[in-house]
Design a protein around this ligand. Sequence first.
Ligand code: MG
Ligand code: MG
Length: 255
Amino acid sequence: MVEFKSEAALAAMRESGRVVATALAEVERAAGVGVSLRELDEVAREVLRKAGATSPFLGYRPAFAPVPFPAVICASVNDAVVHGIPTGYRLRDGDLVSIDCGAILDGWAGDAAVSFTVGPPRPEDRRLIDTARRALEAGIAAAVVGNRTGDIAHAIGTVSRAAGYGLLDGYGGHGIGRRMHEDPHLPNEGRPGRGFPLKPGLVLAIEPMLIAGGTDTHTTDPDGWTLRTTDGTRAAHVEHTVAITPTGPRILTLP
Ligand code: MG
Ligand code: MG
């Protein structure tokens, strides 16, 4: 079932989104050579704790998962696309890192992700990350009243494919509200004019997941969570929580 949010609910979601944005910014700032993924998780935990927010990630256990998720961020490095568990792995110069974070504040969820490199990016990583951001921007631009989810999906897919990248098959964005994952599902590739109609009060997490090598497939680590590219190439994942409003898309996960 799809729930449409009131203006008061959108204002509350803006605050949870701000907590997510702050956590992501602090994690990115802390991410340097020799810093472990677990230490990055601690940084995000502290931001959530100070804000009085809880984590929708911590303890999350969907049907596919062998164990509850043990952290408040997903940390996916290099060929890991999404859902990476923060381990004791210490970052190296040139690593491509995708951090996904959620927060629940006053009962409302926010969800966002960023990709960045440790140290200066290689040209190919710069291009991959820039394209993921452009795909997200194109998806957000299509998140307007009168469009459908297929228009957002088409916008994301067009930017990504034009650059020659793959899109993680079977994964995409989602409705979000009191729970992190709500209907409708939002694919990262689709046909314009199809799918769920966008109306004021609908809130979507829009999240392109790009694979440098152009393939769409993944393998799952023995931990049951971390998804890696089958071709071994690097991946990028960026995400914003976005409200559809009469005056256009409103990004709720900005600082
Ligand atoms: Mg997310
Ligand atoms: Mg999400």
